[in-house]
Design a protein around this ligand. Structure first.
Ligand code: NDP
Length: 322
């Protein structure tokens, strides 16, 4: 079968479209014929070696497809069922083995593309807005990169929770998009400093929560946007890693809370994975969550897809199709 592997870490050129043996499922795994693959920043972090792995590896942490074989200890999944998964390596391939613990069923009305495009970013927006900081009516949230993959979904879910949402974006086109997602205020943070604007919008009080996936370029000023005892949710590093933080800074900026969450720790149990994925899939089925697919590439062109993700031009999910 064909797969995208890396034998050494580095830039996009380290991706290789290659022939590998079809994997054999372990007792707790299923073998899936992959139909659509989600491209994510985490794939780039693995490629660059930010997350260590024993090489060579088949990249990819999100996909959807049909089960073609089940391991002998698999209890709840059968051959022929349509499934999706994320946070499990090996998705950039024609076939992938996946542990039963990571699988969810795809509802009949959703396509493989919709499932692969929504699971990772959707469940992230879901846990951030419902659990990390459980938004409620009257809260004010600052969402950076609001037209990005997670940002666009998070903005919609925060608005639906009743929060006042201030989104930052880099271009007018993205500003339009995030307004259509319901953002109440939009700041072009490439043109003006977002910190004084947030202060002005909130009448000097500051926001209750900042959802910051941009990292290095925004982190320090994001802290200044919070009200006393507000929560800083740093969940990504699209502009680079945030340097070490001195805890006294949190005190001086208003006894702030700081968390650096990961989807893996918010989908640890079968119940949690089912509840979060079902929430996303139901919103898509009902049409209360708009999903944007920016482009689909053939699996062989994974390099181009990753370069596009890093270009900052995308306004929606990138998929690979085997
Ligand atoms: P996006 O589609 O949102 O892309 C990143 C966005 O960040 C861009 O669209 C861009 O928006 C903004 N950005 C700002 N500076 C840069 C830069 N220097 N280079 C590239 N982009 C930049 O990606 P995702 O929604 O998939 O992921 C967003 C972040 O969230 C990533 O860092 C990812 O690792 C993280 N993440 C974390 C998870 C967790 O559980 N902790 C789970 C999923 C994702 P603009 O042009 O408007 O500035």
């Amino acid at each position: 079968m064909k797969a995208i592997q890396i034998a050494h870490t580095g830039g996009p050129e380290s991706l290789h479209f290659t022939d590998v043996d079809r994997p054999v499922p372990a007792p707790n795994q299923v073998l899936v014929e992959v139909r659509a693959i989600g491209v994510n920043f985490i794939d780039i972090y693995y490629r660059e070696g930010v997350y260590p792995a024993t090489l060579p590896i088949t990249l990819g942490q999100e996909a959807a497809g049909v089960i073609v074989e089940v391991g002998k200890n698999v209890e709840h999944f059968r051959v022929g069922e349509r499934v999706a998964w994320c946070m499990y390596l090996g998705a950039y391939a024609e076939y992938a083995v996946v542990a039963e613990s990571h699988l969810v069923f795809i509802p009949a009305r959703l396509t493989f593309e919709q499932a692969a495009a929504s699971l990772l970013q959707g469940m992230t927006a879901q846990y951030l807005s419902s659990t990390t900081f459980a938004l409620k009516a009257g809260d004010t949230a600052l969402v950076h990169a609001g037209a990005g993959g997670v940002g666009y979904l998070l903005t919609q879910m925060a608005v639906q929770a009743g929060a006042h949402v201030i989104s930052t974006v880099s271009t007018e086109e993205k500003a339009e998009l995030v307004r259509s997602a319901g953002a109440h205020d939009v700041i072009l943070y490439t043109k003006e400093d977002f910190e004084p604007v947030v202060k002005r919008i909130t009448g000097g009080r500051g926001v209750d929560v900042v959802y910051d996936s941009v990292g290095k370029e925004t982190f320090d000023r994001s802290l200044k946007c919070l009200r006393p005892r507000g929560m800083m949710v740093l969940f990504g590093a699209s502009s680079g890693a945030v340097p070490p933080v001195d805890p006294i800074q949190l005190s001086q900026d208003g006894s702030l809370f700081l968390t650096r969450p990961s989807l893996a720790h918010y989908t640890q149990s079968r119940e949690e994975l089912d509840a979060r994925s079902a929430d996303i899939f139901q919103r898509l089925e009902r049409g209360t969550l708009q999903l944007r697919i920016h482009a689909s590439y053939p699996l062989a062109e994974a390099t181009n897809a990753q370069m596009e993700l890093q270009s900052r031009r995308t306004t929606g999910k990138l998929l690979l199709i085997p």
